[in-house]
Unconditional design. Structure first.
Lengths: 107, 122
């Protein structure tokens, strides 16, 4: 089974900072990767698919990149509303696997 | 507007069974695959199961095969998850989630319900 590992587990940054979260796959997964944001007590919110395609309605400060085994989610110009846990998700062949999540805190 | 409303969450004893429902509206339900994702208290997201739009194909997380059964009723726009032989480690919020694109399954989940809490405890 493919394992998805995110780093860091937690990061703290200031409003306006550029923030990067990394997601690594245990083997190559092409670009079959998505990103979600989850705020406390809420359902996840879908952000990015196919590693770098922004879902409609998602602010342009969010971007994704990568292929193969290493992927990044970048928030360019962190906003207070971005405080949340972010999950990567690999999808292929009728199954899906999530990373363990990265908590983003605002200083 | 897409709406997904889970129901059926409850406190159940170990070894018991429970069926969750997810009532869908705001989109052509029969055109999209649907999914269940769960989240144990204080833990991350775990994909549980998916079902094709016509119900003709299903998939499950390896650890849950034979224990959970996903199904759907397209005439009533409802998704189900039958859970048997429940254990403490099945305690979680269970979300139903809509597939983003027609023709895919267990890919991208673009709309989620508010979740149903299942607690397995004696």
């Amino acid at each position: 089974d493919i394992q998805m590992t995110q780093s860091p587990s937690t990061l703290s940054a200031s409003v306006g900072d550029r923030v990067t979260i990394t997601c690594r796959a245990s083997q190559s997964i092409g670009v079959w990767l998505a990103w979600y944001q989850q705020k406390p007590g809420k359902a996840p919110n879908f952000l990015i698919y196919r590693a770098s395609t922004l879902e409609s309605g998602v602010p342009s400060r969010f971007s994704g990149s990568g292929s193969g085994t290493e992927f990044t989610l970048t928030i360019s110009g962190l906003q207070p509303d971005d405080s949340a846990i972010y999950y990567c998700q690999h999808y292929f062949g009728d199954s899906a696997t999530f990373g363990q999540g990265t908590r983003v805190e605002i200083k | 507007e897409v709406q997904l409303l889970e129901s059926g969450g409850a406190l159940v004893q170990p070894g018991g069974s429970l069926r969750l429902s997810c009532a869908a509206s705001g989109f052509p339900f029969s055109a999209y695959a649907m999914n269940w994702v769960r989240q144990a208290p204080g833990k991350g997201l775990e994909w549980v199961s998916s079902i094709r739009n016509d119900g003709g194909r299903t998939s499950y997380a390896d650890a849950l095969k034979g224990q959970f059964t996903i199904s759907r009723d397209n005439s009533n726009n409802t998704l189900y998850l039958q859970m048997n032989s429940l254990r403490a480690e099945d305690t979680a919020v269970y979300y139903c989630a809509k597939e983003r694109s027609r023709g895919t399954m267990a890919d991208n989940f673009d709309s989620w319900g508010q979740g149903a809490l299942v607690t397995v405890s004696s």
